[in-house]
Design a protein around this ligand. Structure first.
Ligand code: SF4
Ligand code: SF4
Ligand code: SF4
Length: 348
């Protein structure tokens, strides 16, 4: 363990911890745009600069290892001015269309502009203009809003292992894109949207659906597979408009394309909402209560078992159920029905 002070507060940290981790352990807020605790340190945005005694100039807290006896300062007039200028430079080339941006209220850059009171900008110059031609069905990419923090590139590589995007070109022309600037063609997990601190990445189907302040959040579990990822439904006037996942969940906030984007069926008016029973041979399927449906299944099971024995019945379980549900299902067939005829689709 090592000991250091941050803003004159003592903290002990394990060897290898960064100055930023030490500050966070003391619940000292240090602004960042490119840092994510689930990704490797990057030091790209320079916002987390801190002053360290005997260091000639401020250094980035996210990439500087904490050492024994270090004396760190995270707040000073000089640091405030430097950080404010960094945000101002980022905004000098930013569309500032927060009024219609799908990420308004969910944008770190917007929060920082508010914090540093950046109404005017001293740096007026050339601006980037890109054709918005990406026709992929899930991820809206507005690269004029990109601040090149590299988080999307890193999450796609370090977490998803897909490497679908990278930073191409250099200098003012640098931009995040798929190979040869083609349309994005990847797993569409949406992890890049989750980590993006600006409105550069958003969901195609979110557009114009509702503002953050109107959203009601409901925690639930993804219905698509037995992994049981935790999800949060964002709804406006009883319509689900977006799905996210909490960072502190079993799936650490990561989802697959089904969990993140496959929610539109919830809002369909013609989806089944009750069991259906065919009450007479050749008749139409009609809505029924769960008691009616389950009693019918039970009576048919009893009849088949009585007339033909338990092996005349078989159970096929679903990959959409949890492990526990599938365990209960096979137990029911073996112990209650009395047959080993039980199988699992193992896919959809
Ligand atoms: S959606 Fe997933 S796979 Fe596609 S670019 Fe983003 S992180 Fe990579
Ligand atoms: S698209 Fe978003 S996450 Fe990716 S580099 Fe730009 S600002 Fe960062
Ligand atoms: S379908 Fe995807 S998001 Fe849903 S539980 Fe399975 S892995 Fe998680």
């Amino acid at each position: 363990m090592i000991s250091l002070t941050i803003n004159e507060k003592d903290i002990r940290m394990p060897e290898g911890a960064t100055v930023l981790e030490a500050a966070q352990a003391l619940e000292i807020e240090v602004p960042t745009l490119c840092h994510d605790p689930q990704l490797k340190p990057y030091g790209g945005c320079r916002l987390c600069i801190v002053e360290i005694k005997d260091f000639p100039r401020p250094v980035t807290a996210c990439t500087t290892p904490a050492t024994d006896g270090m004396e760190v300062t995270t707040e000073s007039d000089r640091l405030y001015r430097l950080r404010r200028t960094i945000v101002e430079l980022l905004l000098s080339d930013h569309p500032n269309d927060c009024m219609v941006c799908a990420r308004a209220g969910d944008c770190t850059l917007q929060e920082l502009a508010y914090f540093y009171k950046l109404r005017e900008n001293r740096f007026i110059g050339e601006r980037r203009h890109y054709d918005m031609t990406d026709k992929n069905p899930f991820i809206k990419r507005e690269m004029e809003k990109c601040i090149l923090c590299g988080k999307c590139v890193r999450v796609c590589d370090e977490i998803q292992g897909v490497n679908a995007i990278d930073i191409a070109y250099r200098g003012f022309n640098a931009k995040v894109c798929p190979p040869y600037e083609k349309d994005l063609d990847c797993e569409f997990c949406g992890q890049c949207i989750v980590v993006c601190p600006t409105g550069a990445l958003s969901g195609v189907i979110w557009g114009g659906q509702g503002r953050q302040m109107d959203v009601k959040l409901t925690d639930t579990v993804c219905p698509y597979c037995g992994c049981g990822c935790n999800i949060t439904l964002h709804s406006v006037r009883d319509k689900v408009i977006r799905v996210t996942s909490p960072k502190d969940s079993i799936n650490q906030g990561w989802l697959c394309v089904k969990g993140r984007f496959g929610y539109e069926f919830i809002n369909q008016k013609d989806r089944l909402q009750t069991p259906l029973i065919r009450r007479r041979k050749g008749g139409k399927l009609e809505p029924a209560t769960w008691d009616e449906a389950l009693n019918l299944v039970m009576s048919r099971f009893e009849k088949i078992k009585k007339e033909h024995g338990p092996d005349a019945l078989a159970g096929l379980a679903s990959a959409r159920c949890t492990n526990e549900e599938n365990y209960a299902f096979q137990k029911f067939f073996r112990a209650v029905i009395g047959t080993n005829n039980v199988d699992h689709c193992a896919r959809y």
